[in-house]
Design a protein around this ligand. Sequence first.
Ligand code: C2O
Ligand code: CU
Ligand code: CU
Length: 503
Amino acid sequence: MGIKIKNSALAISILVISGCSNTNSQPEEEMDHSTMNAEEMDHSTMDMDDDMKENEHMSHDEVVSLNDSTGENELKLPSMLERDNEEGVVYTVRAQEGKTEIFDGIETTTYGYNGTFLGPMLRLEKGETVKIRTINELQEDTTFHWHGLEVSGEEDGGPHSVIKPGEENIIEFEVAQEASTLWFHPHPVGKTAEQVYNGLAGLIYIEDDNSKTLGLPSDYGKNDFPLIFQDKTFDDKKQLNYSAAMNEDGTIGDTLLINGTLNSKLTVNKEKVRLRLLNGSNARNFTFKLNTGDSFVQIATDGGFLNEPVTLKEVTLTPSERAEIVVDFSQLNTAKDVALINEDGSVLLPFEVSDQSGMNSSIPKEMNNFSLTEKEMNLPITKKVELFGMMDQVTINGKKFDPNRIDFTQEQGVTEVWEIYNKPDEMGGMNHPFHIHGTQFKILSRDGKEPAENERGWKDSISIKPDETVKIAVQFKHKGVYMFHCHILEHEENGMMGQVKVE
Ligand code: C2O
Ligand code: CU
Ligand code: CU
């Protein structure tokens, strides 16, 4: 199964523009491994020669374009998970296998939560105590990890919390963090990337008094939409064949699914529309923009609202990052086609704008009281993390993941400054999206400079460029063992993961 490059000139220019880089960065200097042919690249060849390996590494740099969405299917929306009637248990989440009609008239074997593909949306309220029963109906081990949720290590669903086929587990926690868009996915050792690829991913919304009074667009499915972006490779039988598509440097596909929908379009009214963007891909980075060149505002980061809306023309999300943006369709010239596109111009999501004016929502100037205190700014660095390598040679601080090794300890409730450095290799290196479980952290600086305006908010994942040093202030509210890792899922599988024990 090969992946076609649209054309070599485009491929090269994408390399130069987006390279291994991030939103606010200048184009990367030309990389010495950028010679490539526009032939098909075979992703299934296991015994590659060295040249091929270079191409494999390069393919991570997004030389494989996504096919444009034709817009023939209305975007599907995750259903909201209903509470159980049963005494005590509030929600039940089942990991399942099934068949999904992604392509017309064809059944694709997929995984899903409470369904055959992806999962429902869990809507939680700050302050409530939640019990979730998780059931593994798969034929293999899995875990249920709540990405971005501040819960104890035992409830976090990391690699140590395996649930065997046919077994179940109940967790209980208090929702103590602010309004945000989080997600959940599996985390078993050696199987995370494949299970996510096959469809295990769902959304968590947290609401609080603030989110309910801000007046932002919040009518689910009307002017408030989640968009889960995932790229896949389908084989000629339209099946997901992970081992054939797998790339050690991150599995990238040519076919985009949004909320599991192929060729999606979104119908909206002429009003402010909130899009909760989640990069749920194994490895691909997205840079979202409007084809019209119009700007939009970003209102939230991974873990909460920004203090004030930030006007942007584009926003980059690396795997597992989220951003909530608001597009004001009442202000756009809708005589032209409007679409959300990627950095390289691929059409991700065409919009169909109706004549209706919709609801009267607003974007307040003040949305949150996130702050970086003087004290946090002046804390010494007490944890150092060095990300290095590519393919299956990735490491953190020179080591690969060992479930029996605790890499760091940290005291509950105490803020520490972590310095994360992405050490380049002879070929330049690549971006690594760094994630820590069980916490929302603050970015103190990037290469000594203050973070971009749209990064001055709670984060649980952060993109780090080659040779970049990032300082973050990290506090854990609960105890337990938590993972930190690169969220390119194949890097995580290849050992780019460590453990912090909070006591
Ligand atoms: Cu999205 Cu280890 O997590
Ligand atoms: Cu996580
Ligand atoms: Cu990585």
